[in-house]
Design a protein around this ligand. Structure first.
Ligand SMILES: NC(=O)c1ccc[n+]([C@@H]2O[C@H](COP(=O)([O-])OP(=O)(O)OC[C@H]3O[C@@H](n4cnc5c(N)ncnc54)[C@H](O)[C@@H]3O)[C@@H](O)[C@H]2O)c1
Length: 239
């Protein structure tokens, strides 16, 4: 059974990814800084739970030591805060950079050697449509996701020859545990008006693409960002 490692697997998109990859036949390793949440996901998909804060290099390495092999690495853990660039504090800035960028670096350092040893693998990094849609007033978050896309391309170039593919997914407006509050009180319908397909997304919409990127069907896809957003990033709906 091939092993899939998912960060931030305790809820939201990470949980949906875990359920889908388990369905696909992967042995799923559920990593989250919240161990109870990771355990809950693992219980739902027959996986194994690990407490792991991706910003802590030592902890990531220690968890990797406990996991024998790895074919798929889903760098899903991510956080956001939206104070304006002119007002963001050192602590707010640092926390988003730590999780969204450094976390991916530490996880790749920990798990790519296992992919090499196994003859190949697939890395899926969670970006965001916000990486380039240029919405105002969302502070540092888009810049961290633009960095995720840059890391994705660099890794694709460096690891392709080892049969390790690296791609990213840019979710649009997805109702997850972390974003649910933004869609309450009729706001889902309101926000759906800005989506060409006329609806906001569900975690399974993302998990299905993660599944594709971890399958042999995507064997020649490397260094790409796939926006899964009902068409938001295709352009503007203004006429
Ligand atoms: N939901 C959306 O609309 C949306 C849109 C674009 C991008 N994304 C990206 O998708 C990813 C998942 O988003 P979500 O909506 O499922 O979020 P969420 O808040 O529902 O879940 C995030 C999970 O990551 C875990 N986590 C946070 N920091 C961590 C750390 N340092 N180490 C380990 N685990 C950590 C949390 O405990 C939580 O279980 C993020 O990278 C986010 O930026 C989401």
């Amino acid at each position: 059974m091939a092993v899939a490692v998912i960060t931030g697997a305790g809820q939201g998109l990470g949980r949906a990814d875990a359920l889908r990859l388990a369905q696909d036949g992967f042995e799923v390793m559920c990593l989250d800084r919240n161990l109870d949440a990771a355990r809950e996901t693992a219980g739902m998909c027959g996986g194994t739970a690990f407490r792991c804060d991706v910003t802590d290099r030592d902890e990531v390495m220690a968890v990797a030591d406990r996991i024998g092999e790895c074919f798929a690495l889903i760098n899903n853990a991510g956080i956001w805060n939206f104070p304006s660039i002119l007002e963001v504090t050192e602590e707010q800035l640092q926390s988003v950079i730590e999780v969204n960028i450094k976390g991916i670096v530490w996880c790749c350092q920990a798990f790519v050697p296992k992919m090499r040893a196994g003859g190949g693998g697939s890395i899926v990094n969670m970006s965001s449509g916000a990486a380039w849609t240029n919405s105002p007033n969302i502070g540092i978050y888009p810049a961290t996701k633009a960095a995720v896309e840059s890391l994705t391309r660099t890794l694709a170039l460096e690891l392709g020859a080892a049969n390790i593919r690296t791609n990213a997914i840019g979710p649009g407006l997805i109702v997850s545990d972390g974003t649910a509050a933004n869609f309450e009180g009729g706001r889902a319908a309101e926000r759906a008006k800005g989506v060409p397909m006329g609806r906001v997304g569900a975690p399974a919409d993302i998990a299905d693409v993660v599944s594709f990127l971890c399958s042999d069907d995507s064997r020649y896809v490397n260094g790409q960002v796939i926006y899964v957003d009902g068409g938001i990033t295709a352009g503007t709906m203004a006429r």
